[in-house]
Design a protein around this ligand. Structure first.
Ligand SMILES: [Zn+2]
Length: 248
């Protein structure tokens, strides 16, 4: 195994607490920890945001190393070279737009459907599906999940959407329940666009999900854009949650 090309570390003194810490030959790093960075910047409110502060804890050498090695080497190795946690490396990589396990999703077979079939599919989605944005930390995943107990219907959906159904956990005497899910931008968009004219009950949700997908794709194409949900996106997520709430 080739050794990593990280430069050697030198000992630097923290500007805030005066403690000595190891650092690369970089002018970026002046503080030993996030705590010290926060303290040092506490009198400058414009730098208080974590985004700004995190930058100080990644040195240029480390970023260069990550950029050139992240896609080639196992993440565990990179973590140990950089002496950082998995979360830290993942976070930085996603911030830099590096994606390791990108697998294109299978295309659906929607183009083969007749208008009647599309309208039928829209009816099923109206009645049996959940059209939502599933939120993780700083991202919302568009998602359409169709659930049913009828095996024949599920098999048709499996064929049309080109996805494998999975069994939902069921309790007691209930019949087995199956679900087919679509959760990638491209296919959710294609599906919702083609059934939108026939939707009734879920039309609002579908429109909101489409709006989110479009807005987000445009946003991420702009250079220097951040992955966080902005105000407008949070608003969409909130609206969909209200629409999908159970009961009154
Ligand atoms: Zn310090």
């Amino acid at each position: 195994m080739k050794s990593p090309q990280l430069p050697s570390k030198t000992i630097t003194t923290c500007k805030q607490c005066g403690k000595k810490f190891e650092s690369y030959h970089s002018k970026n790093r002046k503080y030993c920890s996030l705590k010290c960075v926060n303290k040092a910047f506490s009198s400058y409110p414009q730098y208080k945001h974590l985004w700004r502060l995190r930058k100080d804890l990644w040195e240029k050498e480390e970023i260069d190393f990550l950029m050139s090695n992240y896609l080639k080497k196992p993440t565990e190795q990179i973590c140990s070279y950089l002496n950082r946690t998995r979360d830290s490396v993942y976070w930085k990589a996603s911030e830099l737009g590096l994606r390791k396990y990108y697998k294109p999703k299978q295309e659906t077979r929607l183009e083969t459907l007749s208008v009647a079939d599309l309208a039928y599919l829209a009816g099923i989605i109206d009645g049996e599906a959940m059209v939502s944005l599933h939120c993780s930390k700083n991202f919302a995943h568009p998602r359409v999940v169709i659930t049913n107990t009828n095996r024949q219907l599920i098999e048709w959906l499996e064929y049309v959407l080109n996805r494998k159904a999975y069994k939902k956990p069921s309790s007691g005497k209930r019949r087995d329940c199956w679900a087919v899910a679509i959760c990638d931008f491209k296919n959710v968009k294609a599906l919702l666009r083609s059934i939108l004219p026939y939707l009734r009950a879920k039309r609002k949700q579908a429109e909101l999900v489409l709006e989110y997908c479009q807005y987000r794709e445009l946003k991420l194409k702009k250079p220097g854009s951040k992955g966080f949900l902005d105000k407008y996106e949070q608003e969409i997520v909130r609206n969909i949650r209200v629409l999908n709430r159970r009961g009154i």
